[in-house]
Write a protein that binds this ligand. Structure first.
Ligand code: ADP
Ligand code: MG
Length: 616
């Protein structure tokens, strides 16, 4: 038994329903009739629990349900609306089965036949056909209360008669309430009629005595939980063009974020590598303040087990570069090289062999490519090359043979020679009267800790100054690096921010546009958690599909960029590498973002008055 106790409803201080009380039986066909605008639909919405903003109370089987309208609605009530409110982006089958998504049980198969048109789209159906779908959607899941707002309002006489007969049949086993402005149309079917005028009940007629409820003819108890993934997929593709645009926009912004982050990460790595190549990490520089290093000191260093190599820088000696022209120094024909003659024994050879004489050198592969300028670098083997240097304002050269090419690429072009080979060669040719050197680099054996060796040297040779190489350079560079990083992060943040904005707006619109559909689903029993599940699935699909596009674009562009870098950048050391953890993080983040951007409008929609949304 359903009881309405002193129901009042106002819109902006204007009274729409004025103290309405009625007692409705468990079975029977009840008509509420009255002129347009007298408040019939408002009353029906209150009975059905979709309008929650009213005064008075609603009792079901003697208990107030005003505080638990969602539950009451889900368990007992089904609607047939005048405007039908079918969801156009769902198939006919899914429209009929929709209440099952929200936990309603199908317990009766109705004898209405939809087989003639069940493959068509909702929008292409005739009104009578749509009416049948709406009827099935309501009746197959309705056990107790069926509410119909002008069910025949938009139908021709024949279809109206069919629907009224069906409803009459339904009313043998449940309560059916019909709202109509046309007394004549419903009069012959109704058991009771309430007449309304200006928000008040003005007349109540009992036509037939209420009967005890009939037992259910066929109870199917079909309860199937349809997968939300399917429903959300239909929802996602309800507007194919918009979805496509959204996916494309989302993918593009994700792609920008990924590329920006990859670039900044790689640049950082590149700079680190560059510093590393400038400053060997396991070396100690040594300086003599007054006179040149003594032979004795150099020999002692060479026999020290913790030291792999000692390199001296001659006073008044400056490397100019290497070139194939030996007659005269020509700057344009000379490839500038660094002073780097660091140890090479740990390097792998590409071709050739290690140097066994002072006249023999190795070059790095990047240097070899620069030297041969497009022709096969293997031809360099055995070639004579001149290393130009400036000594006491005089420019001279030393002739070498290239005997090998190492596999490593170097930021600055580099040759490798035997320890202090150039000093020996100069001495051989009598160009050097005596070795004068105030600065040198000591390379520490790889197994040793640099600070231990440094302390040992400081203790043994107090007359010289020892410093860990590159500490001050690194400090200086790292402060510059921080500045570069800040700029990079500002750019990446801008990319992320703009994409966030775009995604947020699109997701927001996506939910807001479905306001009415969500209101229909609410009437069919969907709770907040049902919508949450729906949105979760939709977010999964959006992110999944976008990432598919992003992956393809990302891998392709990294590949192309690397091709480009290989050809364009002079010393082919720069390659972009992909970071899977970065992709993973961006994936997770964007999923969270998409979800959040949908939950916020969802909460907003849930707070709206369902009855109002359906009207709009
Ligand atoms: P009926 O179904 O009997 O035609 P309704 O219940 O739809 O009438 O409406 C009853 C009255 O409430 C009408 O006069 C209508 O103008 C008014 N009304 C309905 N919704 C609103 C609203 N959102 N704001 C103000 N007035 C409203
Ligand atoms: Mg109405």
């Amino acid at each position: 038994m359903l009881e309405l106790v002193h129901i009042q409803k106002k819109y902006d201080y204007q009274s729409i329903l004025d103290d309405i009380s009625m007692v409705l039986p468990d079975v029977g066909l009840i008509g509420i009739v009255g002129p347009s605008g007298c408040g019939k639909s408002t009353l029906l919405n209150i009975i059905g629990g979709i309008d929650r903003d009213f005064l008075g109370d609603l009792l079901y089987n003697g208990q107030s349900v005003k505080r638990r309208l969602t539950k009451y609605c889900k368990r007992n009530v089904s609607f047939i609306f005048q405007q039908l409110h079918l969801i156009i982006w769902l198939s006919i089958k899914n429209n009929i089965e929709l209440p099952q998504y929200f936990g309603k049980t199908m317990f009766q198969d109705k004898e209405i036949d939809v087989s003639g048109f069940n493959k068509l789209k909702i929008s292409s159906l005739s009104l009578g056909q749509q009416q049948r779908i709406a009827f099935l959607r309501a009746c197959c899941y309705c056990k107790k209360v069926l509410l119909c707002d002008e069910p025949t309002g938009s139908l021709d006489q024949q279809n109206a008669k069919i629907i009224m007969q069906l409803l009459k049949k339904e009313s043998k086993e449940k309560l059916v309430v019909i709202v109509s402005h046309d007394l004549k149309k419903v009069q012959e079917y109704c058991d009771e009629i309430y007449e309304m005028r200006d928000g008040k009940i003005v007349n109540h007629t009992q036509i037939h005595a209420s009967l005890p409820p009939m037992t259910f003819s066929d109870s199917l108890q079909k309860k199937k939980r349809l997968s939300y993934l399917r429903l959300s997929l239909s929802s996602l593709f309800s507007n194919k063009r918009r979805t496509f645009q959204m996916l494309l926009g989302f993918s593009l912004s994700l792609f920008c974020v990924l590329i920006t982050l990859t670039m900044s990460q790689n640049l950082e790595k590149q700079i680190e590598q560059y510093i590393y190549s400038l400053v060997p990490p396991s070396s100690i520089s040594v300086q003599s303040i007054h006179q040149s290093f003594s032979n004795d000191f150099i020999n002692k260093l060479k026999t020290n087990q913790n030291i792999s190599r000692v390199q001296l820088f001659l006073d008044d000696y400056e490397q100019l570069g290497i070139g194939f022209v030996g007659e005269r120094y020509q700057e344009s024909q000379t490839l500038f090289i660094g002073d780097d003659t660091s140890p090479y024994h740990h390097l792998a050879l590409m071709v050739g062999r290690m140097p066994s004489h002072n006249h023999e050198i190795l070059v790095s592969i990047s240097t070899a490519k620069h030297l041969c300028q497009g022709s096969d670098y293997k031809e360099l083997l055995g070639k004579k090359i001149y290393a130009w240097y400036k000594h006491k304002k005089e420019v001279c050269s030393i002739a070498y043979h290239i005997v090998g090419i190492t596999q490593n690429t170097t930021t600055i072009d580099t040759i490798y020679q035997k320890e202090n080979a150039y000093i020996e060669l100069l001495k051989e040719e009598n160009r050097l009267k005596e070795i004068k050197s105030h600065i040198g680099i000591i390379f520490v054996e790889q197994k040793q800790r640099r600070t231990d060796v440094l302390n040992e040297l400081k203790y043994k040779y107090p007359q010289y100054k020892f410093i860990e190489t590159g500490v001050s350079t690194q400090k200086h560079i790292s402060s510059t690096m921080t500045q570069i990083k800040v700029v990079l992060y500002i750019f990446s943040s801008l990319a992320i921010l703009s994409s966030l904005f775009l995604i947020g707006e699109v997701m927001f619109l996506n939910v807001v546009q479905k306001k009415k559909d969500y209101a229909i689903m609410k009437c069919l029993g969907a709770s907040f958690f049902d919508f949450l599940k729906l949105i979760l699935c939709e977010s999964l699909e959006i992110v999944g599909l976008s990432f598919l596009i992003v992956f393809i674009m990302y891998f392709q562009s990294i590949f192309l960029l690397n091709q480009f870098l290989k050809e364009m950048i002079i010393n082919g050391t720069m390659t972009l590498s992909m970071d899977l953890s970065l992709i993973g993080n961006v994936l997770l983040l964007s999923f969270g973002m998409v979800l959040l951007c949908q939950i916020i409008p969802l909460i907003y929609i849930m707070k709206l008055n369902t009855a109002e949304v359906l009207k709009g």
